[in-house]
Write a protein that binds this ligand. Structure first.
Ligand code: GLN
Length: 541
């Protein structure tokens, strides 16, 4: 019988609700419970797939091909539980389903309304696709008081009423601002936020109070009194120096214990040693490497959340700190790339869309290839590597991607059909943008004796995709002759998934997104290997 924990946020946004939810999930898991984490997003987009990275940050892709909120990345990295399509819902998705049902006549002539039809659809989603999970943690996006979150709050209120309080719990995350002139942490915004929740019929059971300093006992008691919760259910959520410290700190403040107490379940103390080990390694690295990430959305680093995490994991695996030098590739149109890239021990070109900044990325590839600096190209970064090789090794100056318009040598082009499992997927050049990329997990066959086969220690892998364009296999013979090896292919041999340069210290381009599957306690082999190559490079320069 699954218990539900609903996590809401108050006072301000960006309090780290996703991380707090992930950390609670990790603590409960460390007590031996089976957990699932979900995100309910109140915006009107059907999914974040069509949103600009500047708006929304990274789009996290699941194995089953859903484009989801980046918080699902935190959940998966902290618990190791693979997220699914059924773990993220938006108002847009709920409404489009409700309207589709209305058009089919499913509501049998009823007037379709927010309550009960929309709220019922939300409740169905929350309860769907669960089997033997002990806990399902549902984070509600946004901040209480937002107009758009109201149907979600109403739905979870109803759920608590239907399932009973012994199967549901409300956790509310707030902020205690420190006012220097008064020398005090202020509890009033928290009181107001709880009042706001109460006005929609939700009495929180536990408060997590974000604060940049210790919360005095008196303030804790005051919050408990005014917000109608037990004093021990006011959990200080203090700032910490590493995100891997969050489960440890929240546990020390009694978070998971209070959750168990709420549900009246006996459980042993959690084993958090995997987190203490990671924190120790992060705090005491044996060296440092600098990686240049040559991208486009660097003014909002949330756009590269999983990537930054995966690089850190690669550092953890090699006992080094990974310093990231975020470079906007457009800068190479004005300044010499050498100046920026020379001090770095590895160069990574991440995923991206559109022509802006592409030439700078191609220049970064050229630098890495010629100067024998470790290069890791991810998705767009692989496509740029192939264009660079075509132009500068094969000599086809007109080589480009059709993503930027028609060109003489379309070495990267639109795939109009391909096989997924035993299904044929088809796309048209003028088709819809939302949800139509090559998405989710695909198998990839690795060439025997290649660098990647050695790195993975396997000849068949599965990785997650999110792209519309593919490297054009017509150019494979010329590229192979020039020294590029197609070391990863789809099992039917049609789709190029990995290219590498065997005659280079470390040069790998992958069409998929390995960063989505890396975890602090299970770093992705490609990132581990890339950082290892960067460590070697750092000893040379
Ligand atoms: N824009 C490229 C494509 O659609 C690459 C996408 C990406 O890097 N995720 O194929």
């Amino acid at each position: 019988m699954t218990r539900f924990i609903f996590i809401t946020g108050g006072v301000v946004s960006s309090l780290g609700k996703g991380l707090a939810s992930a950390a609670l999930g990790a603590c409960l898991q460390a007590r031996g419970f089976k957990v699932r984490l979900r995100k309910l997003d109140p915006y009107l987009n059907v999914d974040p797939g069509t949103m600009s990275p500047y708006q929304h940050g990274e789009v996290y892709v699941t194995d089953d091909g859903a484009e989801t909120d980046l918080d699902l990345g935190h959940y998966e990295r902290f618990t190791g539980v693979a997220s699914r399509k059924s773990d993220n819902i938006t108002t847009g998705r709920i409404y489009s389903d409700v309207i589709a049902r209305e058009r089919r006549g499913d509501y049998l002539g009823a007037t379709v309304q927010v309550i009960p039809h929309v709220t019922n659809a939300i409740k169905e989603f929350v309860k769907s696709d669960l089997t033997d999970e002990d806990f399902c943690l549902c984070e509600i996006g946004g901040t209480v008081g937002d107009i758009e979150s109201l149907p979600f709050l109403e739905a979870i209120r109803q759920l608590a009423n239907e399932l009973g309080r012994e199967r549901t719990m409300f956790v509310h995350l707030t902020l205690l601002p420190y006012i220097p002139t008064a020398g005090e942490l202020k509890t009033k915004p928290t009181q107001h936020s709880v009042k706001e929740l109460l006005s929609v019929g939700i009495q929180p059971d536990l408060l997590m109070c974000r604060s940049d300093r210790e919360i005095p006992e008196g303030e804790r008691k005051k919050i408990a009194l005014f917000c109608n919760v037990a004093p021990q259910a006011v959990i200080p959520a203090l700032d910490v120096d590493s995100i891997y410290q969050v489960p440890i700190s929240y546990h020390a403040e009694g978070l998971d214990e209070q959750v168990c107490r709420h549900f009246r379940i006996e459980s042993t103390q959690p084993d958090l040693s995997r987190w203490t080990n990671i924190v120790e390694r992060v705090r005491q690295p044996e060296g440092e490497v600098t990686i240049a990430v040559v991208g486009k959305y660097i003014s909002l680093l949330d756009s590269y959340k999983s990537l930054a995490e995966a690089l850190t994991h690669g550092g953890i695996a090699n006992n080094v700190r990974v310093r990231l030098n975020w470079i906007d590739s457009q800068i190479f149109e004005r300044e010499d790339a050498v100046l920026h890239l020379e001090p770095c021990h590895g160069i990574l070109v991440p995923g991206g869309f559109g022509e802006r900044g592409a030439s700078g990325k191609i220049e970064a590839v050229k630098f890495a290839r010629e100067r024998q600096v470790p290069y890791f190209g991810i998705c767009f970064g692989m496509q740029m590597a192939v264009i660079e090789a075509c132009r500068n090794l094969v000599g086809l100056k007109g080589a480009n991607s059709t993503e930027f318009g028609p060109c003489e040598h379309p070495v990267v082009g639109l795939m109009t059909e391909w096989v997924k499992g035993n299904m044929l997927e088809k796309r048209a050049a003028n088709g819809e943008l939302g949800g139509t990329l090559r998405l989710g997990a695909y198998d990839c066959m690795l060439k025997k004796g290649s660098r990647v086969a050695d790195i993975y220690g396997s000849d068949m892998i599965s990785e997650r995709h999110r792209h519309r364009f593919e490297v054009n296999m017509d150019y494979r013979p010329q590229l192979e002759k020039a020294g590029l090896s197609f070391s990863g292919l789809s099992p039917d041999g049609v789709l190029p998934e990995i290219v590498e340069i065997p005659d280079h210290p470390w040069f790998v381009g992958v069409q998929f997104h390995p960063e989505l599957k890396s975890k602090p306690f299970d770093p992705h082999p490609l990132f581990t290997s890339f950082i290892k190559a960067a460590v070697r490079q750092s000893r040379l320069v």
